[in-house]
Design a protein around this ligand. Structure first.
Ligand SMILES: [Zn+2]
Length: 74
């Protein structure tokens, strides 16, 4: 957590569970220009958590989603 400038980017979010992996592409994120660390805003973090909790019950093995599509379905 340095104090570098952050810019908006798109990031691939990957969450592994015991029996499945959920991959969500093109998640809006913030990246630090100085150290390259990627952050999600509080709003996006909350949405990701909701989305992943919902998808986890439906996914077997590996599933890939587009953020824009799953967030609208919420
Ligand atoms: Zn940084």
């Amino acid at each position: 957590m340095c104090k570098g400038n952050v810019t908006e980017t798109k990031h691939t979010y990957i969450q592994e569970f015991d029996d499945c992996i959920i991959i969500i592409k093109n998640v809006p994120a913030l990246v630090c220009a100085q150290c390259g660390e990627v952050y999600y805003s509080d709003e996006i973090s909350e949405k990701l958590e909701e989305i992943v909790n919902r998808l986890q019950t439906m996914v077997k093995d590996v599933a890939i989603f587009e953020y824009d599509k799953v967030v609208k379905a919420a």
